[in-house]
Design a protein around this ligand. Sequence first.
Ligand code: ATP
Ligand code: MG
Length: 166
Amino acid sequence: PELQIIALNNIINDVIDSLNYKAEQAQITIRFQPKEVNSFAFADRNQIRQVLINLVENAIKYNKPEGRIYIGTTIEKSDPEHVLVSVKDTGIGIEPENLKRVTERFYRVDKSRSRDQGGTGLGLAIVKHILESHNSQLQIKSKPGSGSQFSFKLKLADHYSDHISA
Ligand code: ATP
Ligand code: MG
């Protein structure tokens, strides 16, 4: 990755703007509730944008009509060096036995439903790969029938906030 100081809130807002039309068509509302005014992370801007696009696209595709998507950024007291980014949906969820496999290349849970939705089963494999290249990991929590939460941490760049470019 090409590490740089990135303004996470701006990137998240850009991603929401670019996917809002798709969400509205599916009657899904996206909410971004940052706990911080802005979080400056040390990461590859394009790659993190790709991670967010893949996660939010999934949160739209595997949601329900009138569903919601909550995007959050938090700096936990127990880990002040990192920002925790989460994408939560009120969608169909993932059964525990499939949870470990969804980041495998070409793995899709429900072949028939997934076929309707289109896609190749690469989105989460790419997310996992990008996060690993940032020494980070994708965490997934899910309740079948009620929703999923995907989250990851990025290194904060607070000490460099004089040199912000985006
Ligand atoms: P692509 O991303 O390549 O267009 P895809 O969305 O099927 O295709 P992934 O993003 O890798 O592929 O996801 C793999 C599978 O994990 C999906 O087919 C779906 O079954 C399941 N999945 C992913 N995100 C969610 C989610 N937010 N809620 C429920 N299931 C999900
Ligand atoms: Mg996908």
